[in-house]
Design a protein around this ligand. Structure first.
Ligand code: KG4
Ligand code: ZN
Length: 329
């Protein structure tokens, strides 16, 4: 079984050929980070144009060495994301589906992130999934493939969004996350920062943190110290929430995924936490934490095997929750 997967929900144009038997065959990806960097964040209009410009050349590169007739189905990100960017990937999936007479399989972007760990590990059910990305900060109980229970998440900014806003305050360019990660390694001291909503069940809040970071910056503290202090605050919040989710569900198997799970400080912190509590912990390898098409292919393969084919008139949606998606598709 062979799928061609398409991911265009934000600022990465990504395609992947993936077979059930051999895994990832070939992936191609173009990041738009440089294009958006002067704007301090992703500009939806620019993103959609760039996807449109790049998707066909990327497809040509991907399909050079294979006979397209061998593709069994097309997997694509349907939701959530920037609507104009999702439209590019969905329309491309439809065009391929028509040209090759092959079915399309819609994938939820967060489902893709969760199943990115399956590229290297076969995780047993049930498990808790903590998705930390530029658009989401959510905890789910995953009882089986397609059986998702939302446990809690951010009420305002996503944690990756907060990393990017901190990056903007410190004039580090976009995306801020990797730069904050790097600078924090040269910190000399940890500065006081609040831990908003740390004792409020599984609700989270990150929008206030950036204001406190701004204050520290205006007080003249070093960027390195600010980055490390910010990461420590984020780590405290995420670890407390994960701990609570574990004690509420009694599930000790955990998947942490999404762009922010590439953060070296958080990876080490979660590793230590898992060691201390005897958790079975899975975090994708770094290049699979951020957006990619392999994760869409893996989830797409699981969907296809369950007969989850998209109708021809399917339309992308900017904001469908994972639970609602699983009910609809
Ligand atoms: O999953 P992703 O590629 O896209 C979304 O689905 O949103 O996540 C992108 C986010 C950005 O906010 C970026 O700053 C953050 O992931 N990120 C990081 C790191 N690498 C990427 N945040 C902290 N540390 C990193 N090393
Ligand atoms: Zn993502």
């Amino acid at each position: 079984m062979l799928t061609l997967a398409i991911e265009t929900s934000c600022d990465e144009t990504a395609l992947c050929l993936y077979s059930e038997k051999d895994g990832e065959i070939k992936s191609v990806l173009l990041s738009q980070a440089k294009l958006h960097s002067p704007h301090g964040g992703v500009v939806p209009e620019l993103s959609a144009r760039e996807h449109t410009r790049n998707i066909l050349p990327l497809f040509e590169e991907l399909s050079k060495d294979i006979d397209l007739k061998n593709i069994d189905f097309i997997s694509f990100t349907l939701t959530p994301g920037l609507i104009t960017s999702l439209v590019v990937g969905t329309s491309f999936a439809k065009a391929l589906s028509f040209a090759l007479s092959k079915p399309m399989v819609p994938v939820h972007h967060l489902e893709g992130h969760i199943y990115s760990v399956f590229a290297d590990s076969k995780v047993k059910y049930p498990f808790i999934a903590l998705v930390i990305s530029g658009g989401h900060t959510d905890l789910f109980l995953v009882e089986d493939f397609g059986k998702y229970k939302f446990l809690g998440g951010t009420l305002d900014d996503a944690v990756g969004e907060c990393f990017d806003k901190v990056g903007r305050i410190l004039d580090l360019g976009y995306p801020g996350g990797p730069k904050v990660d790097l600078l924090s390694k040269s910190a000399r001291k940890i500065l006081p920062l609040p831990r908003p909503l740390i004792n409020s069940g599984l609700d989270m809040s990150f929008s206030g943190l950036k204001n406190s970071v701004k204050k520290l910056f205006l007080e003249g503290h070093s960027k390195e110290d600010i980055c490390a202090s910010f990461q420590e605050a984020v780590g405290d919040i995420l670890q407390t929430k994960l701990n609570l989710a574990i004690s509420l569900t009694k599930v000790h198997r955990v998947v942490i995924t999404g762009g922010v799970s590439a953060n070296s400080y958080l990876r080490e912190r979660f590793r230590l936490m898992a060691e201390r509590l005897g958790l079975e912990l899975y975090i994708p390898r770094k290049e699979l934490c951020t957006d990619n098409a392999l994760m869409i292919a893996i989830a797409g393969m699981m969907r296809f095997k369950r007969g989850k084919i998209a109708p021809k008139d399917i339309n992308p949606q900017p904001n469908l929750s994972l639970e609602d998606f699983a009910k609809l598709f």
